[in-house]
Structures are given as C-alpha cells and as structure tokens.
Design a protein around this ligand. Structure first.
Ligand code: SF4
Ligand code: SF4
Length: 146
C-alpha cells in the first residue's frame, strides 16, 4: 500500500518538474528563426565564399596582380582583364570562383595586398545544380553597384 502511494507521489513530482521545464522554455525568447523566410546574421569570423570588395565609387579594389589566383591550392579562381590603350594598369573584366572546389582555406584572402577580396557572410547557398556554385564575383559586384 505504501509503495502504491509512493509511486503516485514520485510520478506527480516528476510530472511537475517536467511541466516546470516546459513552461520555462515556453516563455523564453526563441533561439531559432523561420528559415527560409528569416535568416540569421552570421558572426564576423564566418567564412562564406569569397567576394570582391570595392572602393567608395563601387569599383573593384582589385589591381589584377593575380596573386590570389596563384595562391589558391584548388585552382578555383579565374581572373580576366584588359589593358586599355595608353594605360599602364590592367582593368578587371571577370573574376569567377568555382565554389565546388573551394576549401575556404583563406590563402587567397591572405595573399591579397589590396583589400580586394574577403570572405562573405553568405550561407544561403543550397542548390542541386553544380553550375550555381560557379560564382561570377565580378558580376555580383557590378549588380551591387547598380
Ligand atoms: S590578389 Fe587581390 S588585387 Fe591581386 S588579383 Fe587577387 S583580388 Fe586582385
Ligand atoms: S579560400 Fe582557399 S580554396 Fe577557396 S578560393 Fe581561396 S584559396 Fe582557393
């Protein structure tokens, strides 16, 4: 008889403890977001794919030195440029990244002495098409400028 009431007592205590935890979590602010309708801001050290950086007028900081292209161990950067007549400097015309091969090692960012590339905070990249990971960074920068 004592064991019977003891079981009921411990069951009740356990139920109240459980309900207490549920209620405490219920009134806490949510830590999740309704993805994909809401997205999180990534922390400063997050490494998304690289992106080109621009000056105040929106022109790329890149001077087409080619160091990042050579520093990449996965050969995923391709740069194209032209040298306008009478100019000593090359002008960037294309900068593509094959993100399927990128290991986010950071060698390209470290090799750039002109603050022309950085890791983006981009994480919304899910796709079933391989082509979507061949990213035209120059075009992205041009679109941002507009
Ligand atoms: S290292 Fe920097 S400046 Fe040189 S090509 Fe790469 S992004 Fe451009
Ligand atoms: S992060 Fe590494 S693998 Fe990715 S593009 Fe830069 S150098 Fe290449």
């Amino acid at each position: 008889m004592i064991a019977y009431f003891s079981d009921i007592y411990h069951g009740l205590i356990s139920l109240l403890v459980g309900m207490g935890i549920t209620f405490r979590e219920f009134i806490k602010p949510p830590v999740t977001v309704a993805y994909p309708y809401e997205t999180l801001t990534m922390c400063a050290r997050y490494r998304g794919h690289i992106e080109l950086l621009a000056d105040d007028e929106g022109n790329p900081n890149c001077v087409v030195c080619g160091l990042c292209e050579r520093a990449c161990p996965s050969e995923c950067i391709s740069i194209t440029s032209v040298k306008p007549e009478g100019s000593k400097k090359k002008v960037l015309t294309g900068y593509t990244l094959d993100f399927t091969r990128c290991s986010l090692c950071g060698s390209c960012v470290e090799s750039c002495n002109f603050s022309a590339i950085a890791f983006s905070r981009e994480y919304n990249l899910a796709s079933s098409r391989k082509e979507d990971f061949h990213i035209d960074l120059f075009k992205r920068l041009e679109e941002k400028k507009r």
